[in-house]
Design a protein around this ligand. Structure first.
Ligand code: 4AD
Ligand code: MG
Length: 461
């Protein structure tokens, strides 16, 4: 039976095991060969020593090269080397899939992340992308664990929707109409009554509005699903397809929301440090020096909380030359967010009570009439990782706001009705999952923390 490398321990010394995986590197001589095998179950490879006295040595060795898949059977022994505590003395090597060394693009040298994106089908075999995949997996499990342990119900909200939650018009249209022969109405506009759903429909930008309906029946819920935004931004933190976690809590105000966001992030970091020590050591050493210490600080210190108005004061008083000048009423740009988290407070910052004008229609209006109960969590290296708010639960005020921005009330009738039948104060937020993976690993580009990134002009694989 095959044993995964992750599960080999000191206790296996002197026993005979079979492992299967891909060759990371191989050094051969007439007398023996050293092969490093990785099966992705953990960061470390297992070193295999093949003695020339095994059957068919020359022939086998001639077919082995980096990238080939093999099965190896042999005794686990204590390793004299410093790098690993044990290794395998192989008695049998079987070649499962050869790998042409002339054309295999992953040679032992370092490749740039830009290049690796062009071979996204092979890049999970590299140290970095493999480690990212394991950390991403752990973060996703930690997410479910955190919410489940705290009594939240996992809800699946629709991927195809007619509602533009963020009202930013950044939605991908979903249609089955023949693009070369579009049906037209008498105003010469496309006639969507002839389309699949009988109305214009889109890929969701957020499951929040639907999530709210479940929170207003089941109390605490969360979603964790793919989200789509057709924003034409080519930055290191934007994707056209990303994953979002959206908790929503009934009978909860903005403070409770902020508290939940802080606890959730801290829980995730703790979980990864505990479950992925080898991967995190790698990021600490080669990708972002000191990241482990940074994460520990985030776990052990409360987040800074300050009102938007105060944040603007700090930014204006800083001697920094920002590309986008800042003043009250303007939205924070990435450079401002990062200044606050990285330079000024040197820890995660929650900015709250933003001007109503720059935030979404569903956020609760504060008593001052000018600001809304919104909050963003800003972290080092990434900027905004979470956006959330207390929701407007008062029908009249919500209707005024939808009118003001020209939302068609008919399209949102169900959302408005929630405010008519047993309305309650409720709050929630959305965390961009890729930004969390970026934050934890210290990876610079969001395109390298999702297996197959989608961004303008890129839909390969
Ligand atoms: O701030 P956003 O737009 O908030 C919402 O969508 C709310 N409906 C969430 C809620 O209250 N339930 O997005 C939430 C988070 C951002 O803070 C960011 O981390 C991430 O989603 N995000 C993106 N991540 C990658 N690529 C993009 N294009 C992103 N846009 C937002
Ligand atoms: Mg936001």
């Amino acid at each position: 039976m095959r044993r995964k490398i992750r599960n080999i321990t000191q206790k296996d010394i002197d026993t005979i095991l079979t492992i299967k995986g891909w060759i990371k590197s191989i050094r051969s001589s007439k007398k023996f060969s050293f092969i490093a095998i990785n099966d992705g179950s953990c960061f470390n490879s297992l070193q295999i020593i093949v003695d020339s006295n095994i059957d068919n040595y020359e022939n086998i060795i001639s077919q082995l090269s980096t990238g080939a898949s093999i099965s190896a059977t042999g005794k686990i022994v204590k390793s004299p080397g410093k790098e690993q505590s044990f290794e395998m003395q192989a008695t049998e090597i079987k070649i499962i899939g050869e790998c042409d060394p002339e054309t295999y693009p992953l040679q032992k040298k370092r490749h740039s992340f830009e290049f690796l994106r062009t071979i996204a089908h092979l890049r999970p075999r590299t140290n970095t992308i493999g480690a990212v995949a394991r950390v991403r997996n752990a973060l996703s499990f930690a997410t479910h664990k955190f919410f489940q342990e705290n009594g939240f119900l996992y809800v699946n909200t629709p991927i195809i929707t007619a509602a533009d939650c963020e009202g930013a018009g950044e939605m991908f249209k979903v249609t089955t109409l023949d693009q070369n022969n579009l049906p037209k109405n008498d105003k010469n506009q496309v006639d969507y009554t002839k389309d699949f759903f009988g109305r214009p429909s889109y890929l969701t930008v957020s499951g929040q509005l639907e999530g709210e309906t479940y929170a207003c029946a089941l109390s605490d819920i969360y979603t964790f699903g793919p989200t789509f935004r057709a924003e034409n931004s080519n930055t290191s933190r934007h994707l056209a397809e990303f994953w979002m976690i959206e908790p929503e809590m009934a009978f909860a105000d903005l403070n409770k929301n902020m508290e939940c966001a802080e606890k959730y992030i801290q829980y995730c970091l703790e979980y990864v440090l505990e479950k992925c020590p080898q991967d995190m050591e790698f990021f600490n050493k080669f990708i972002s020096k000191g990241i482990i210490e940074k994460l520990k600080n985030v776990i052990n210190n409360p987040f800074e909380k300050l009102e938007y108005t105060k944040a603007i004061e700090i930014l204006k008083n800083s001697k920094k030359k920002f590309e986008f000048p800042i003043e009250w009423g303007k939205d924070l740009q990435s450079e401002h967010e990062r200044y606050l988290a990285e330079e000024y407070f040197k820890k995660p910052v929650i900015v709250y009570n933003y001007p109503a004008e720059i935030k979404s229609f569903y956020m609760r209006t504060n008593d001052d009439g000018k600001t809304v109960a919104a909050m963003d969590v800003l972290v080092e290296g990434v900027g905004e990782i979470i956006g959330g708010s207390q929701r407007e639960e008062r029908l009249e005020i919500l209707e005024k706001k939808t009118d003001k921005i020209g939302l068609n009330k008919k399209d949102y009738w169900w959302y408005l009705e929630l405010r008519k039948y047993g309305s309650v104060p409720h709050s929630g937020f959305g965390l961009g999952f890729e930004r969390l993976v970026q934050f934890v690993t210290g990876m610079e580009n969001v395109r390298d923390v999702i297996p197959f990134p989608r961004y303008p002009g890129h839909c390969e694989f």
